[in-house]
Design a protein around this ligand. Sequence first.
Ligand SMILES: [Zn+2]
Ligand SMILES: [Zn+2]
Ligand SMILES: [Zn+2]
Length: 165
Amino acid sequence: MAGDRLTNKWEKEFLDQAESKIGTPMTRYLCPKCKSELTLKTGKKGEFWGCSEYPSCDYTADNVDGRPVRKKRYLCPSCQNPLRRREYKGEWFWGCTDYPKCKITLQDEDGVPATTKKYPCRACGHYLVRKKGAKGHFWGCIKYPECRNTLDDDRGLPKLRKSTK
Ligand SMILES: [Zn+2]
Ligand SMILES: [Zn+2]
Ligand SMILES: [Zn+2]
């Protein structure tokens, strides 16, 4: 019982001290790639976590409530290079990192590239993705500009043209 009281006293002293001396408790996070320490950095888009061994290690993670959260990587449906989220005139979209060699762009849906809805391109056998053009949404082939097949958008679905007529 005496031991408990001692522990509690020690704990209280420790907590008192912690409150007065440690303003911002820092938790250390390690880089999963090279096991070095991750440091919180500030970039153009706000805070993010980067490896302290940068530039020899290029690991980065998003900052979510002070913790590093690994970015999800999305691959280009055409060439399998990673996609990058970009902003153009206040609208987010996903573009291939192999641009301008690969001109794939995908619509952004809540921070995720809209690749879930796939509809086959009847012209070339690849598939169509929903895009936003000057006149609104439409469906274009992922092989654009090699394949210029497009379909009108009908409330989020490609409007299939009737094969007859
Ligand atoms: Zn690293
Ligand atoms: Zn690509
Ligand atoms: Zn096509």
